[in-house]
Design a protein around this ligand. Structure first.
Ligand SMILES: *Cc1c(COP(=O)(O)O)cnc(C)c1O
Length: 395
């Protein structure tokens, strides 16, 4: 018996159940077409909503910044890691998002791990949407606050849960937290209703807009802009790893809150800053977004076209309100087979099954982007039609 036998057994069990993740290698820049494990395929998997991951302006900005500042920050933000690039990026993001202040992190995941424990602790209660992202769940756990999950996108259930907690009287502060866009179904949180409830009970309100940043609202300003709730949502978490095409996390809101996160956010205090090329490329992404809504407009045109045509073909595409398109297939083996056959047909689209989504709700998830041309979309639709008919999903 070795002390890692149990890991071998766990891995074998995953493989037996078809749940072991095979990690594909991308051998080209991230674009509409990519080379995957030696094969050129149409890319329907990336969160690169605006095609910025390989945008010439972002690439150039990163190169120029490296020539001026080198590559690494060399320290955590509070010691010597805050460079003028970070300060400028935070100012520009605050203006873009129309908030008082922004602090950036190495990733969106870290932004959640930093922010939630900075705001609530042992004596507090967090109301968290049942389908919230893993990084929110982990941030909640780290805070040691009591976590009360409310039914997905259900303000009535949230009200009931708050009433119960209030009746018990055992709490100091409270926080409501929700994803803005839910990445498996593409539905949007009912933020106006959440805001109303937060107001009524004087509870802090936090939304994680990772899939709404650069996608929702005017010119991609996010879910708060989409609903016109500027100044009303206390904390917005964002990421620069999806539509922004780079990597990095955002916490946006009132100056007092952001100042506090700079004092108490542990991944800010104890993990080094965003690198030079990342910060510079993100600054260029803000430039691109502020100059024109062209990419955001094209993203939505592409998504609307793709969804309309998929429905016309007879696919069940759920109830997405965003460029995320879940193609509902039911059982996981069918979704996996569908994904494999699409790949053979030159289309890279991932099958998603339990436990990421509920049993019997396996699907292929298509990520639309502004990088796709009309021909690309038609190529993808043609492949879906062929595989769908061959597997008896559509007639
Ligand atoms: C992707 C995602 C994150 C993580 O963002 P990274 O910048 O990739 O770490 C956090 N929250 C939500 C809701 C996400 O979808």
């Amino acid at each position: 018996m070795s002390k890692i036998d149990w890991i071998e057994q766990e891995i074998a069990a995953l493989k037996e159940q078809g749940l072991f993740t095979h990690i594909r290698t991308i051998e080209s820049p991230m674009g509409a077409w990519i080379q995957v494990d030696g094969k050129r395929v149409l890319n329907f998997c990336a969160n690169n909503y605006l095609g910025l991951a390989n945008h010439p302006r972002l690439v150039q900005a990163a190169k120029d910044a490296i020539d001026r500042y080198g590559v690494g920050p060399g320290a955590v933000r509070t010691i010597a890691g805050t460079m003028s690039l970070h300060v400028e990026l935070e100012k520009r993001l605050a203006a873009f998002k129309k908030v008082e202040d922004v602090v950036t992190f190495q990733s969106g995941f870290n932004a959640n791990l930093a922010t939630i424990p900075a705001l609530v602790g042992r004596e507090d209660v967090i109301f968290s949407d049942r389908l919230n992202h893993a990084s929110i769940i982990d941030g909640c756990r780290l805070s040691r606050a009591r976590i009360v999950a409310y039914e997905h996108n259900d303000p009535d259930d949230l009200r009931r849960q708050i009433a119960e907690v209030k009746a018990s009287g055992e709490y100091r502060r409270m926080l409501i937290v929700s994803d803005g866009v839910f990445s498996m179904d593409g539905d949007i949180a009912p933020l106006p209703a959440l805001y109303e409830i937060a107001q009524e009970h004087d509870i802090l309100l936090m939304v994680d807009d990772a899939h709404g940043e650069g996608v929702l609202g005017e010119g991609g300003r996010g879910i708060v802009d989409h609903f016109g709730l500027h100044g009303k949502v206390d904390i917005e978490i964002g990421t620069m790893s999806k539509a922004f095409g780079v990597v990095g996390g955002i916490v946006a809101g009132k100056k007092t809150i952001i100042d506090w996160v700079r004092q108490r956010g542990r991944p800010f205090l104890f993990s080094s800053a965003m690198t030079v090329p990342d910060a510079a490329a993100c600054l260029a992404a803000v430039d691109v977004l502020e100059e024109s809504t062209e990419l955001v407009d094209r993203l939505w045109r592409n998504a609307n076209y793709f969804k309309r045509e998929m429905k016309a073909l007879g696919f069940d595409i759920g109830h997405s309100e965003t460029p995320i398109v879940p193609v509902m297939l039911g059982e996981a083996p069918l979704a996996q087979r569908f994904s494999r056959e699409l790949f053979e047909a030159g289309v890279f689209a991932m099958a998603i099954g339990y436990p990421t989504v509920p049993q019997g709700k396996a699907r292929i998830r298509v990520m639309n982007t502004a990088a796709h041309s009309q021909d690309d979309l038609d190529f993808g639709l043609e492949a879906f039609a062929r595989v769908g008919r061959a597997l008896g999903v559509i007639s």
